[in-house]
Design a protein around this ligand. Structure first.
Ligand SMILES: [Zn+2]
Length: 284
């Protein structure tokens, strides 16, 4: 499932190509993917989008936001397997792949496809969206409220979020508290900071919290630089896999030695999720 670095990689890929382009046509293959207040009138909304330039491509948590002139916006939740495809400059576009649910065609003849084999991806058609502060409009349209961005969070905000008896991993995964982390980067960050995932969040000392916040940001930034992590489905906008997987330290590494101490990495369930820890570095 795409997390913050994967969605950021998609935004970084789409931005230089789409910004400034004028929408010529929007073709919806699967109306099921459309959500929000225009769910039943999406043809009207998408007709209004036609002729407008794309002004911004942004990311909020794991959502990708295309904003056009006049504050019209498409907000994508990629679900498990949602991805965007642009024509590869070397190869050009051949056939439209199976499971293409939405096609944005531009006045210069280029098209951007939204492809999602497992169909959990969704698109919200929204009006009056300010890309600098999109939350109010997204929430009014029924999208779940989001906590602060993991990459922007300061220690004071993080410490305030930790004042709960919930297990730290469950807190890190809760998008309404901290936005952007999923299972992969939560495990990687907890390992990097030597924190056991089942520890109550409130039991972390100030120094441990500071170390964990630094670890979260460092892991996310490294993953963004590597273009994200691909286990099965994630691809960037040119269909290429992320390069971060070989650099994961614990996630998916059960049975292998911990890169820090050599103890065998274990797989366990924590907060209902598969979790990877080093039992020596991360003591409960
Ligand atoms: Zn270890």
């Amino acid at each position: 499932m795409p997390e913050l670095p994967e969605v950021e990689s998609i935004a970084l890929g789409l931005r230089p190509v789409l910004v400034g382009k004028r929408v010529a046509r929007v073709c919806v293959g699967t109306p099921l993917v459309i959500r929000g207040p225009y769910r039943r009138r999406w043809r009207v909304f998408l007709a209004q989008l036609t002729g407008r330039r794309i002004e911004r491509v942004t990311r909020r948590a794991k959502r990708l936001i295309l904003t056009a002139e006049g504050g019209l916006a498409l907000v994508f939740q990629l679900g498990m397997t949602g991805k965007f495809l642009l024509p590869n400059p070397q190869e050009g576009r051949t056939a439209t792949p199976k499971h293409t649910h939405l096609i944005l065609s531009f006045s210069d003849g280029m098209a951007c496809l939204f492809v999602d084999p497992r169909r959990f991806g969704r698109v919200w058609c929204l009006r009056s969206l300010d890309p600098e502060a999109p939350d109010a409009v997204m929430e009014a349209a029924g999208l779940t409220p989001l906590g602060p961005e993991a990459l922007d969070m300061d220690l004071k905000t993080f410490l305030a979020r930790l004042r709960t008896g919930r297990p730290i991993k469950s807190l890190l995964l809760d998008q309404t508290r901290i936005a952007g982390l999923g299972n992969i980067y939560a495990d990687e960050s907890l390992w990097a900071a030597c924190v056991h995932p089942a520890r109550p969040a409130s039991s972390l000392t100030r120094a441990e919290a500071a170390k964990l916040l630094r670890a979260i940001k460092a892991v996310l930034r490294r993953a963004i630089r590597a273009g994200g992590t691909t286990f099965s489905d994630f691809r960037n906008v040119y269909g290429e896999m992320g390069r971060f997987r070989p650099r994961l330290k614990v996630y998916g590494c059960q049975g292998q030695p911990c890169p820090r101490c050599g103890t065998t990495i274990r797989y366990l369930r924590a907060s209902g999720r598969g979790t990877h820890i080093c039992p020596h570095c991360q003591v409960r």
